[in-house]
Design a protein around this ligand. Structure first.
Ligand code: GLV
Ligand code: MN
Ligand code: MN
Length: 420
């Protein structure tokens, strides 16, 4: 697929980071869209390509036990704890070219600038291209960063993708030992912190006419598989009074989910709906749908879900249906590390923006997992096109990428100054 112009040899910096994103965008399992999922052939190819770019700037590279691509540049002496810079290299289905990838490519450019400057830092720099931030293949997101942070659950090796392939088999096929994934865990004492630059994935910076923002916290998210069960029947012969139509019940619930989310300042999305048995002339007996629910605080998110469940149970009782909710993913809200956040603010100030804008992230990020092993902070940059993301029309301006690179480099130097 060629959704972006062919990569040209670019000078180091923002232009090269963008050219690299466009080159990665061509590594896709789909002919006409971007899709690169955990432990796929495309994951392997993307890791190899990004590893070559990392090596060009002086990083020693390896793929860890979980499939994360890692690179390291020593500090003023070998073996110092590392400040980790990065983001993810996997994508959703029909993705844009920048969600995740731009953060990894900018991390590589920061390392290049610092190495060329000859400055020796009081810590090592590591760049990580995490895998499975999105959870597109196995449903359970952040598996790369959770393994990195020591949160790997061996039961996850039995997760299956839509084709019935287990993570165990996918890992073996990728060249990993499925029983050793937990060994990707890093020790707190070997880490200084984790910094990530990411597109905002919303319109706040665009609306405020600003290029950069510092992130205060990341929303807590829950993802559930919801099932409404009624009774299938003949589309012509089943009178309304006797129908137990699961899809009509689910539809009432879905519309109310949006109302509840708007009223409670939460964000709720039903992104997948299926009716069974799925015949045009059959009353649906079962409706399955997904729910992604987020809020700045876990309390607000959980209170909204209680309201959703209460409404769903009422609908089901009135319509003679059964209700079931199975949670398959939960990541609680996390707050950025104050010292690293201060460094990001200094980084933004270094670009001439004296009052950095502060945003909480409505999107999930690897920092949610990484914070279990080390503090994290994030820099957001503006995305154009109404802030659209998880969509092929995702765009960024090169001047904003330049500003983000300047701020990211200055952030790393601010962390170095703070550590003496
Ligand atoms: C990841 O991009 C998410 O927030 O779903
Ligand atoms: Mn994403
Ligand atoms: Mn992302």
């Amino acid at each position: 697929m060629t959704p972006h112009p062919p990569a040209q040899r670019s000078v180091p910096g923002a232009a090269r980071a963008l050219a690299h994103c466009h080159e990665l965008a061509r590594i896709s399992s789909l002919d006409d869209a971007i899709e690169r999922v955990h432990l796929s052939t495309e994951h392997k190819i993307a890791n190899a390509l990004a590893a070559a770019w990392m090596q060009e700037v002086g990083l020693d590279t390896w793929v860890d036990e979980a499939g994360n691509l890692c690179g390291r540049l020593e500090g003023h002496k070998p073996g110092l704890p590392a400040l980790v810079l990065g983001s993810h290299l996997d994508t959703v289905t029909d993705a844009g070219a920048y969600d995740g990838m731009l953060g990894v490519m900018l991390a590589i450019e920061v390392v290049d600038r610092i190495r060329r400057s000859g400055r020796r830092l009081p810590f090592a720099l590591e760049v990580v291209g995490f895998t499975d931030e999105e959870g597109t293949r196995f449903g359970n997101a952040l598996m790369g960063s959770r393994a990195f942070a020591g949160l790997w659950d061996p039961a996850w090796t039995e997760l299956e993708d839509r084709k019935g392939v287990t993570l165990r088999d996918a890992a073996k096929n990728f060249g990993l030992d499925p029983d050793a994934i937990g060994d990707a865990a890093r020790r707190s004492e070997d880490l200084v912190g984790y910094l990530e630059t990411h597109i905002e994935q919303g319109p706040s910076l665009l609306d405020a006419d600003r290029a950069l923002a510092v992130v205060s916290s990341i929303a807590g998210a829950r993802r559930l598989a919801l099932t409404v069960t009624g009774r299938a029947g003949h589309a012509g012969g089943t009178p309304y009074a006797r129908r137990r139509d699961a899809l009509v019940g689910a539809s009432e619930i879905i519309v109310e989910i949006e109302r509840i989310a708007k009223r409670t300042d939460t964000v709720a999305t039903v992104g997948r709906v299926r009716a069974f048995p799925g015949g045009v002339n059959v009353v649906p007996g079962v409706a399955r749908f997904s729910l992604d629910l987020r809020a700045e605080s876990d309390e607000r998110r959980d209170a909204a879900f209680e309201e959703i469940e209460a409404f769903a149970r009422d609908v089901c009782e009135r319509r003679g249906l059964a209700w079931q909710a199975d949670e398959f993913y939960r990541a609680d809200a996390v707050v950025c590390d104050p010292a690293l956040r201060f460094a990001v603010e200094q980084g933004i100030r270094a670009t001439g923006d004296d009052e950095p804008m502060v945003l909480w992230s409505r999107a999930g990020h690897d920092g949610m997992a990484v914070q279990a092993v080390t503090g994290f902070a994030m820099l957001f940059l503006r995305c154009g096109n109404d802030g659209v993301s998880h969509h092929p029309d995702e765009i960024v301006a090169e001047s904003d990428v330049e500003a983000a690179l300047d701020a990211f480099e200055a952030t790393v130097l601010a962390v170095a100054d703070a550590r003496g």
